[in-house]
Structure formats: structure tokens, C-alpha cells
Design a protein around this ligand. Sequence first.
Ligand code: GLN
Length: 531
Amino acid sequence: MTKYIVVTGGVMSGLGKGITAASIGRILRDIGYRVVPIKVDPYLNIDAGTMNPFQHGEVFVLKDGTEVDLDLGHYERFIGVEVTGEHNVTTGKIYMSVLEKERKGEYLGSTVQIIPHITDEIKNWIRGVAKKTNAEICLVEIGGTVGDIEGMSFLEAIRQMHNEESEEDFVLVHVTLVPLDSGGEQKTKPTQHSVKELRSLGLHPDVIVGRCKERLLPSTKKKIALFCDVPAEAVISAHDAEEIYEVPLIFKEEKLDEYLIKKLKLERRSDDKTWDEMVKKLKTLDREVTIAVVGKYVHVKDAYISIREALKHGGIYSGCKVNMILIDSEELERFEDFQFDVDGILVPGGFGHRGSEGKILAITYARENDIPFLGICFGFQLAVVEFARNVLGLENANSSELSDTPHPVIDLLPEQREIDKMGGTMRLGDIEVTLKKGTIVYQLYNRDKIYERHRHRYEVNPEYIPEFENAGMVFSGYSDNGRRMECLELPSKRFFVATQFHPEFKSRPYSPSPPFAGFVKSALEYSLENR
Ligand code: GLN
């Protein structure tokens, strides 16, 4: 039997509903339950693959290759699970499925309507995922804010589920904002309004999480409890934390675990302290390193969120706080000469010509000054281009994605060219990579077969590989029986490593991604030597 915890948001977006839901998942996981997350995105897109990072922040890639909203990344990091595309429900997917059934005549001639057909599809989807994954607790986050037109059919489906499930199998958590007025008083009116809105849709919250700059006062909680008709112990303070990983600890302090145990009739099967210990370590780091991330989406808050988190994980492991600074690669192109006062340089994934020359300049700088370097995906490809131009002397070498070049050192493989003719698609998700013994990556992963997530179309052009290897570049990981290069390193440098895959997506705070752990460790050593 699955129990459901549904998380909705009120007042405004950007309250950290995803972190709240992920933290609830973590505290229940820690007492021994199998928690399975589902994120509902009420937009019409089928998935996030075609969405622009300038608008939405990072696109997170799941193991099955589905491209999703970055909240799924929080779930994977907090709860420690790996989910598939089915765990991301969008309006587009629901309608597509209903319309396909309609075309096949599955509705037997009846009029197909939002209620019951769309709402049934939503409920079946959620229950289907819970069943398939053997979820003891299914955590469903409804994206957007209560009252948005897009979210209505989902909230109606949730209302029906609330009625259909028994009291002890369903909890509705509503996340709202408690602002401070100019005198510093905690104001409950926005919360009252948003709960009213929820009620007008037939939903009644069981728990109210109040996001506030400061801890909610007992009097504020009392007032919310009174006006919103929940017990005072079900009003939870989610005050600003220095560090998002502290939120599960705050919820334990607020006794949210106890309330959920009581309401859902759970038991404390275990008391896992891995998370708590990780946070303790994170809060007492006494050294610091600065890493420059050179990219195109530097003005978008969440564009490099998994990279930032993976760096942080590497820092917890190596014993240092990581300050990540974003450098606009297009800006770099305008300088004749520049200097980076940093301990490491990371060039992340990316697409298209804009800013690519600036990224190449940053790679040259890292290589020539022997500053720890990590390249990811596009960063891997540009490290190949940089080496071709500046070490092999192949003039105007480039990726054929970026320009017409006499030396397409990064190019499409023939089969990718075929796929591209049919409309273009990427190589996505978990793919087995073989690491060569005696290399840095082998040492970091400590095994020869790894599975990492991919999102790319271009590859190292096989024709040039011997030339690269003769000049000292080692392709230390490969896939597809050696046809595709997956990792590169320069053994003559202190740490110069790049990967075609995206290791950041599998990094966890208590178990860092090996390339990130190695990179940050090297940056720390560099800073101790040079500062
Ligand atoms: N644009 C490159 C490609 O398609 C790299 C993609 C990426 O960095 N995710 O292969």
C-alpha cells in the first residue's frame, strides 16, 4: 500500500517548494521508508529538452535520458534515488496519452472531457508509478502556484485522490510565504488567502510550511493554525537557511517527522544519520577554494545548479568550501589578455558558437598556467579543439557544430548524421564507459566500467586521435567499443581532465562524483601551494 504526500505552493513561485518536498523525502527515508518522488509540471511541453536555459535554468538529465526540470535533481540528491522520465508528469504528456487513447477508440464513443478523462489519466499515472516502483511513500510535487489555470486539472485530480485514499494514506502539504512587514512583524495574511484559494478548490491542507526570513514565532504559528484550520504542530517553520542541505535538519527540529509519523501511522524503523553528519561537516569547513565556471548562461540563477552542487560535494569530501564564480565566456573574448585569480577552471556543457571562443581562451589559460581544469561535455570538446589549435598547430581547428573548418576535430559520426537528417536527436542518458587502467579517471572511479549520463551529438573525430595521443593527450575513457572518446587527460599537468558525459548529475552530497572530487582536491592543493 502506498501513502501519498502531495506538496502544493501558494502566494508566489520560487519559494523553494522543490527543496521542501525533497527534504520531506529525506527525513522519511532516514526513518527507513522507500520514498519515490514525482514532479508534476503543468506546462504543455512534453519534457524540458527543448526548453531554453535562459528561461528555465538547467535541464537535468535522468538515467533513461529524459530531460527534466531541475527539481528532479534535488530529489535525486536529497533522497538518493535515481528516477526515470515517468516521474515527471507534464500536461503535454497527459494530453498526449489521452488523445492517443481517443484515436484508438478506447473511450468507446463517449465525449472525452477534462473530468473524468484527464483527471483519471493523472491519477492513474501517479498510482501507476507508485505501484511499479513499489513506493511506500509517494511524494508528489505540483509545480506552479495554486490558482494557476494550468494547474487546475492536477489539483482536481489530487482532490479526488484525497477523497479516495484513507485518512492515514494521504497528506497535503501546502508551502506558503510569511513575509515580514517594515516593522519586522511576521504577516500571515498571504498564507490565509492562499489556503482560502486551496479550499475553494475543495482541498484542505494537513500541513502548512511557512517560508520566512526568520523562524516562525509561536504566535504566528498559532494564528496560521487558527485561520487555516490545522493543528499548531502542523504549522512548520521553513526559515531561510545558509545552506539548502540544512532544510531536512530544520524540519526535524520542527518535529515535522513526528507529525507525519502520527498522521500517516508510520513507525521509526531506523535512524540514518548520514545526512546530518554530512551537514555538520559542511558547516565546519575551514578552508576555501575558488572555482571559475566559464559559460554562457551566467546571468541565469539556476543554469549551472548541478555543477554548483557537485563542486560543493567535492568540497565536503576534500574538506573545503567551494566558492563558484561565473565568468561570461563572451566577455572574455573582448580581452587581449586576462588573469584569473582562481584555484580551478571548469568549462561546462553548452551549445552553439556564441561564447565558444572565450571558453577556448579559458582552457588555454588553464593549460598554460597549469591551473586545475575540468571540462564537461562541450568543455571536453573544446579542450580537444584547443589542443588541436595550440599544441598540434592545426590552424582553425574546430567542432563542425561551430564553424566550417579544415580540421573538424569534433564532428558528427556517420550514424549521428543519419539521425540528424531525420530531425536531430541527442545521445542521452546512462551509457557504459570503459576507463583505461593507470589513468587519472581510473584512479578516481577505482573501476573500469562506469555508467554516466550523456547529452550530446558531437564526438571526437576518430581520424585525429593518433595525432592527439602522439602529442601527449590521453583518451582515458571510451564507449561503443572504442569508437567514441569519453574522457581525456593531460598527464603532464597537475589536473587536466575532461569528460564527454555529465558526471554532475550523479553526484550526491555524501558521495561526490569522482571527477569533481578529484578536481576540487587538486584545486585545494593548488591553493595551499600558491596562496
Ligand atoms: N554541443 C555539444 C554537442 O551537441 C555539447 C553538448 C553539451 O555540452 N551538452 O555535442
